[in-house]
Design a protein around this ligand. Structure first.
Ligand code: WT7
Length: 659
């Protein structure tokens, strides 16, 4: 056993780190030979050059794109506000679609789509160009102007990417809302961004049944005065109610639209999209990304981390409703003229081998998925994987949360057949693209670490006072220099932007993650340090789940914490205090779980609900979530309880039988 546990003392406000992993896997010579970056020397040289002259590094990369007008300055940094490629004019849709449609790639597959029921569609770059241009005209006819926000709420069908690209083409700001979110979550996001239009599907398929998305939108837009029209794509043939004057069928509008549409010539800093993510307090944060800087890093990081070649078939299992889907399902691959495999449905439909079957049939070469999926596959059993021929695979990726070394080893052995490098990619909705990752032809990997930062990315692990930590000392993960795909602000809330990311450490971006850097400079992520938990690779603010619980009639107070879970990474445990006249029982538990699903979405459903007569609080009334976390994990509290106001409350909170 090469993993052993060690607990280093908390010191200098740093965080103890408990995991030491000794295994190391250098890239195979066979892979390195043809890789874009083929040795550590090459990486080190690039990293040093980018550090010495970041403007030159990013400027050179930007040269590769089509600009209607070249930029004047690479970076204007008025901390914490960045302007990249000021004075330049470009269009990311033009660079992702037209450039290839006007080249030999015209007939190359841009998207190979497979529906849950086995339908197949292949959309070439030429066809993508036609569809995107037509839909861009639809948007224009519907009165969408540059800067207008457009919400998109649909399942994983090619039209989702077409809608996103069409927005970018006309300069509209897309706000994709994951199709698992509730009506309440939609209206919250639509109201925050004041979206003028909603693009949705009639329904979406999930595990053999279908969900009526249009009904959810109907409910949501009762409370969203900014929405003037809804465009509905027919996917499942659901019965939907079309409101006169407000709702329009996608196919009707597309039938009228011309298929040529000049891309808008947009300022480099023109807003591209808002994507909402959880924060530790209050409502979701609208993370704002802009055009040119995002384009440069999305394209370049995709090229080098996934070592993309024209022959590759790249399968990303993320939903376009999350940032991974934006950057590495849509923009990154398309900007590189790559072929994307897009799968509509669940990994276990009709059986647990769906991904492996897809990989075999389509001869997928690169797979990008999440640790939560990998853990579910491990549990389902190796036979689902090994019965398929996976020889086409040459590279594997993971994202979303730390991957446990044993899950990494399984991915390496069973899926990669010890032949495929694994890129464990660390990044966030806010960073726009990958920040820390192996370069597959260069970096020796170790199970459980995202290894080294990409060239141009100045990450570090620091103590509470901002000083760099020593090797293997746990601390806070920060980014010390601006990067082109960084968020520009929280939509409509500069103050929250400054407070959340730039107030913890002087002149450094704080990621919210704890980490340590080992003796090789490899970054080991230790998870979030705030009240944000990572469930199945998605960030959830526990305070949002608490608010949802408290909005239920019977609930007086609630605290939500996480405990480790084999499959989901973390499971949510809710401690709930009821109003006096209510009694906690099984039915109420179920009702509360369903209420949270309705308010936020099924991913936020607490896995466990414990009734609490009172919650452990400090004298100033702050809920001591740390104690609840301990209770939820081990059913006992060993940590410091000296600041606890009332010791009696803890006794009542231990494991409860169903009552
Ligand atoms: C948080 C960001 C980036 C797309 C998916 C999640 C955690 C992400 C890794 C990784 C360890 C990771 C971090 C980060 N995370 N990737 N490779 N290793 N942790 O995006 O919802 O914005 O969440 O996910 O805690 O801060 P997100």
């Amino acid at each position: 056993m090469a993993t052993d546990e060690k607990t280093s003392k908390e010191q200098n406000g740093s965080i103890s780190s408990v995991l030491t992993e000794k295994r190391k896997f250098p890239p195979l010579a066979e892979f390195s030979k043809n890789a874009h970056i083929s040795s550590m020397e090459e990486y080190e040289k690039l990293y040093a050059a980018a550090a010495a002259d970041p403007d030159k590094y990013w400027g050179d990369l930007a040269e590769k794109f089509h600009w209607f007008k070249k930029w004047d300055t690479v970076l204007e940094w008025n901390a914490p506000y960045a302007k990249w490629f000021s004075g330049g004019k470009t269009n990311i849709c033009y660079n992702a679609v037209d450039v290839h449609a006007n080249s030999w790639r015209k007939n190359k597959a841009a998207i190979i789509w497979e529906g849950e029921e086995g339908h197949q569609r292949v959309i070439t770059y030429g066809e993508l160009h036609r569809q995107v241009s037509k839909f861009a005209n639809v948007l224009k006819i519907a009165g969408i102007r540059p800067g207008d926000r457009v919400a998109i709420y649909m399942g994983m069908v090619p039209e989702l990417i077409i809608a996103v690209l069409a927005c970018a083409r006309v300069g509209a700001v897309h706000n994709v809302i994951f199709a698992g979110f509730s009506a309440h979550a939609i209206s919250e996001r639509v109201n925050d961004s004041r979206a003028k239009m909603v693009i949705c599907a009639d329904g979406t398929r999930r595990r053999g049944s279908s969900i009526n998305l249009k009904n959810i939108v109907d409910e949501a837009i009762i409370t969203t005065p900014s929405v003037r029209s809804v465009i509905v794509l027919k996917v499942t043939g659901e019965t939907v109610h079309m409101h006169d004057g407000m709702d329009h069928w996608w196919h009707d509008l597309m039938g009228l639209a011309m298929d040529e549409c000049d891309p808008a010539e947009l300022e480099a800093e023109h807003p591209l999209f808002v994507l909402y993510t959880s924060g530790s307090t209050g409502k979701p944060k609208g993370i704002l990304h802009t055009t040119a800087g995002y384009m440069v890093h999305a394209a370049n990081s995709f090229k080098y981390v996934f070592d993309i070649k024209d022959e590759d078939i790249y399968f990303c299992t993320a939903d376009v409703g999350w940032i991974t889907g934006h950057t590495y399902m849509a923009y990154g691959p398309l900007l590189n003229g790559a072929t994307i495999l897009m799968y509509e449905g669940a990994p276990n439909y009709p059986q647990w081998d769906r991904f492996w079957d897809i990989i075999n049939r389509h001869k997928v070469t690169i797979l990008y998925t999440a640790p939560t999926a990998i853990r579910a596959f491990i549990r389902a059993g190796n036979e689902w994987v090994t019965k398929h021929n996976l020889n086409s695979l040459r590279l594997l990726g993971t994202v979303g949360e730390p991957i446990n070394p044993e899950a990494w080893m399984w991915y390496h052995r069973v899926v990669g057949q010890e032949r495929c490098p694994i890129v464990d990619t660390w990044w966030q909705t806010e960073t726009g693209g990958i920040m820390v990752s192996p370069l597959p032809g260069a970096t020796p990997t170790k199970p459980g670490t995202a290894t080294r930062p990409l060239p141009g990315i100045m990450v570090d692990v620091v103590r509470k006072n901002g000083e760099p930590c020593e090797a293997n000392e746990g601390g806070y993960l920060v980014i010390k220099k601006p990067w082109p795909s960084m968020l520009r602000t929280i939509y409509g809330d500069n103050e929250r932007y400054e407070k959340t990311y730039w107030s913890e450490f002087k002149e450094m971006y704080f990621t919210g993650d704890g980490a340590r850097k080992d003796e090789d400079g490899y970054i080991w992520i230790m998870g979030r340090v705030d009240d944000v938990v990572n469930v199945s690779g998605h960030r959830l603010g526990t305070s949002e789940v608490e608010s949802a619980l408290v909005s239920y009639e019977a609930v007086a107070e609630a605290a939500v914490v996480s405990r480790p879970d084999d499959i989901k990474g973390n499971a949510l445990v809710a401690f709930v205090t009821l109003k006096d006249e209510y009694v906690g029982d099984m039915n109420l538990r179920e009702a509360l779980r369903n209420h949270v699903a309705k308010e936020i979405g099924p991913i936020a459903k607490p896995d466990e609900i414990r009734w609490a007569k009172g919650l452990p609080k400090t004298r100033s009334g702050k809920i001591m979530r740390r104690l609840l976390r301990e209770l939820a994990t081990s059913n006992e509290v060993k940590g410091d309880v000296t600041t606890l106001e009332d010791f009696g409350v803890l006794e009542n909170l231990r494991d409860q039988e169903d009552d």
